[in-house]
Design a binder for this molecule. Structure first.
Ligand SMILES: NC(=O)c1ccc[n+]([C@@H]2O[C@H](COP(=O)([O-])OP(=O)(O)OC[C@H]3O[C@@H](n4cnc5c(N)ncnc54)[C@H](OP(=O)(O)O)[C@@H]3O)[C@@H](O)[C@H]2O)c1
Length: 337
């Protein structure tokens, strides 16, 4: 097949393009080339979506995969330029499209946020995004896709994406931190649900779905586990002997200015009570649709390789600095997991 990836230079788009090349397709990626390079075997057509898609004018693709992070305008422009001739269209939305962040067991049929049609475009250089606006733009983008190419559209809503190329410092924070060993501060929320999908599994699934002409809307998620199972499992894979997971009470962490999930001075993957549903969607539909789920060890080692490439001592956009962690360990540690 002739496949276009709108993106292709960052984590998911790159993995999608690589999966498509591996599966024998001819692959074109359209991006600026600022976030990285495209995989070997794929062609980069330099495009700045702020200026439209003229470099792709007149081209026809059997399948298009759009990973536009947060821009309704980019999504609409792509549909206008390429939708009529495209054989199949995948739009990468997000689990943040859902209105209810608390209830576990939701499915693709659960209610979504109101569409947001007037938000400014997000670019890779932006890091501060209001999650509700992000989710609302995804909903508006999904609707635009269904309106334009609904009979050929596959809308996927990934949960937390992990594995190689992850620059979000969430799963990667834990892989790197546990690899360093010692006393590792964790939030004492052992039973918190957590769910992720390895980018390589997601990419294979997206291309496999395009090959089959799958349409409709599905979550793109793996099985639900607990925070304790995930972090102790990760520790078994990457941490040196003698590593201790030292838990601090969530309330005390919040009082000490530690944020859940992401951002500066945070404990990534830890969720506030208001958001426990986000990482506990029902994976049955994704799995029934053939979502592969690789062993945690492969995701962990790949995340660690990316961490090393990025620099283990770099300034991160999420997590605790060593100094912050030491101070919190000295004051808040209350039990070892
Ligand atoms: N990470 C998660 O846990 C998570 C969870 C749920 C959903 N998602 C969704 O999954 C997708 C992730 O995609 P991703 O990993 O490939 O990366 P991304 O960091 O979201 O970047 C997307 C692509 O957009 C391109 N881009 C940015 N500005 C551009 C411009 N002005 N013109 C043309 N292209 C531009 C980037 O390439 P250049 O910079 O090289 O131009 C990059 O290839 C997004 O849709 C995200 O919303 C992510």
């Amino acid at each position: 097949m002739e496949i276009l990836v709108l993106g292709g230079t960052a984590q998911l788009g790159h993995a999608v393009a690589a999966a498509a090349v591996r599966r024998g397709h001819r692959v074109t990626c359209a991006a600026r080339g600022v976030s990285g390079s495209v995989p070997a075997g794929a062609e980069l057509v330099p495009v700045d979506r702020r200026d439209g898609l003229d470099p792709l004018a007149g081209r026809r693709f059997d399948a298009v995969v759009d990973v536009a992070t947060m821009s309704l305008r980019w999504v609409r422009d792509a549909l206008a330029a390429l939708g009529a001739q495209a054989g199949h269209w995948t739009f990468v939305s997000s689990i943040n499209a859902y209105a209810d962040t608390m209830t576990p067991g939701q499915t693709a049929a659960s209610p979504v946020l109101d569409p947001v049609t007037d938000a400014p475009d997000f670019t890779s250089e932006d890091r501060q995004v209001d999650v509700e606006t992000y989710g609302g733009v995804k909903v508006a983008s999904e609707n635009a896709v269904r309106e334009a190419v609904g009979d050929r559209a596959f809308v996927v809503r990934p949960g937390l994406i992990t594995g190689p190329g992850d620059r979000m410092d969430r799963f990667g924070y834990w892989a790197a931190r546990l690899w360093r060993g010692g006393r590792v501060l964790v939030p004492d929320a052992p039973d918190q649900p957590i769910q992720h999908i390895d980018v390589l599994d997601l990419a294979e699934w997206i291309i496999g779905s395009a090959e089959q002409g799958r349409t409709g809307t599905l979550d793109a998620i793996g099985p639900v586990t607990t925070l304790r199972a995930l972090l102790t499992g990760l520790a078994e894979i990457v941490a040196p002997e003698g590593t201790e997971l030292v838990a601090a009470p969530p309330r005390a962490l919040l009082d000490a200015g530690v944020s859940p999930w992401s951002g500066p001075k945070s404990l990534p993957l830890w969720l506030p009570d208001t958001h426990l549903g986000l990482t506990a969607h029902d994976p049955a539909e994704s799995l029934a649709a053939g979502m592969p789920v690789r062993p945690l060890a492969e995701t962990a080692h790949a995340a660690l390789r990316t961490e090393r490439e990025l620099g283990l001592d770099r300034e991160r956009i999420a997590g605790l600095t060593p100094a912050e962690e030491s101070e919190l360990l000295a004051t808040l540690a209350h039990r070892v997991w």
